[in-house]
Design a binder for this molecule. Structure first.
Ligand code: HAM
Length: 426
């Protein structure tokens, strides 16, 4: 049999998989809570194409970034280079411009939920097709209140999911006024230490010295600790923005750690950069990443627009949700209808239709099994109840409702069945 592509996953009902991040019940919960968080904070959904012009990402995330190098890119039949999107900030900014959303008074607050593609080395929490939940706040304002409110929303979202073992890391990476001088100083300091640094540091020294700060190689750490920090070179505007952002987090009681070496892996960031890490995730422990990207729109040839947002990998969120928050049974059928005798089946279809109209999820045994086999199927489907309908039941108008957990059976009329199940669902 042909198998799935490396680094991709099938998301299945939990009874078919023991892998938490492949269980659809967990995904549905995370998506439902995310949508509720976004609704409460006034975000609207956007769905951009999965395929975009390669140039959008080359210019957007930066040609020398890992993300750009990991793209699935191919030449379309008309000779145009296209890529599967590795992220959704550049596409959202493109759509914002393309549809004239800048004509809107005030901020445009968008969210997305969708698959992204990066040809990375797969490992726990890292896939080649993964899903992101993300938001982008776009407009003419760069108020730090935008940052603070988005992070407040994230904390509500994480709390609802029962994810509490997290840490918020923040940094300011400066802007066009202060970063160039810092980068020259940084490059100079790295150059002096080049012989002691790893191959990837040496390459990043050439292409993107800021990313050297991000190196995780053990032997590099003592040398990296000696490099100058951007926090010491921020201009007044960036310094003030960062301290106001921190004040607004303090005001909300949100704890954070300033991580002066947090630079993020995409070129479009300026000023605020942040990540939320989760302690249950292992090596790929970044649950959420985001930041400010004023100027990205101009890089893409659009209107001047300011922006701030984040994205979170659904797989990583799903893995972090504790068992106690999850009702693995959300998808399971409430009722399995077993028919005794072929004639009762036509009748059972009518009963099933009416129960469904009352909002109950019903599976009828379409394969005409004998009662014992039918109940075994109900068991393997993890149905909460079975309804047994035979000739006697049809005559009396009461059917046997069997609790599949306890085996307890009661004879009930249709309206009583609806009441029983409705009550159970509340
Ligand atoms: P990013 O840091 O590249 O940022 O990705 C954000 C999140 O996506 C990560 O923290 C992680 O949870 C998840 N993620 C990334 N790569 C993988 C992978 N290969 N497998 C599983 N999960 C992954 C961005 O994408 C920015 N667009 C975020 C943003 C939005 N910044 C501003 N607005």
């Amino acid at each position: 049999m042909i198998s799935r592509v490396k680094g991709t996953q099938d998301i299945l009902p939990a009874r078919f998989t023991a892998k938490p991040d492949a269980q659809i019940e967990r995904w549905l919960l995370v998506e439902r809570v995310a949508r509720e968080a976004f609704r409460r904070y006034g975000f609207e959904e956007i769905r951009t194409p999965i395929i975009e012009r390669t140039e959008l990402f080359e210019r957007g995330v930066g040609a020398e970034t890992d993300v750009n190098k990991e793209m699935y890119t191919f030449e379309d039949r008309d000779g145009e280079m296209v890529s599967l999107r590795p992220e959704s900030t550049a596409p959202t900014v493109r759509a914002y411009s393309e549809h004239g959303m800048f004509n809107q008074a005030g901020l445009v607050k968008l969210f997305y939920i969708g698959p992204q593609f990066r040809r990375e080395r797969p490992q726990k929490g890292r896939y080649r097709q993964f899903w992101q939940i993300g938001v982008e706040v776009l407009g003419q304002s760069d108020e730090p209140a935008i940052e603070a409110e988005v992070i407040e929303m994230l904390y509500w979202f994480l709390m609802e999911l029962g994810i509490s073992d997290t840490e918020l890391l923040i940094n300011s990476i400066g802007d066009g006024a202060c970063r160039p001088a810092y980068i020259s100083a940084l490059r100079e300091a790295i150059r002096e230490r080049l012989p002691n640094l790893c191959g990837s540091c040496r390459q990043r020294y050439e292409t993107n010295p800021l990313r050297v700060l991000d190196c995780k190689v053990e032997s590099c750490q003592v040398h990296l600790a000696e490099l100058p920090l951007i926090s010491d070179s921020l201009c007044d505007a960036c310094g003030n923005h960062f301290s106001e952002f921190r004040r607004l987090l303090d005001q909300r009681g949100i704890a954070y750690k300033i991580e002066p070496r947090l630079v993020r892996g995409l070129d479009y960031y300026m000023r605020t950069a942040f990540e939320i890490t989760g302690s249950s995730l292992g090596a790929q422990n970044t649950l959420i990443g985001g930041g400010r990207y004023d100027g990205l729109s101009e890089i893409l040839g659009g209107q001047p627009v300011k922006g701030f947002g984040f994205a979170s990998g659904i797989e990583r969120l799903v893995m972090s949700v504790p068992e106690s928050t999850i009702n693995l049974g959300v998808n399971r059928p409430e009722l399995f209808v077993a028919c005794v005798g072929a004639d009762s089946r036509d009748y059972a279809f009518g009963v099933a239709r009416r129960l469904r109209a009352a909002g109950i999820s019903v599976i009828v045994d379409l394969e005409g099994r004998k009662l014992k086999k039918a109940l075994a199927v109900a068991n393997s489907l993890d149905a909460q109840y079975s309804l047994i309908i035979g000739e006697d039941e049809i005559k009396s108008g009461s059917y046997v409702l069997r609790d599949m957990k306890t085996g307890e059976q009661t004879s009930l009329r249709e309206s009583e069945i609806i009441d029983t199940l409705k009550y159970r669902r509340l």
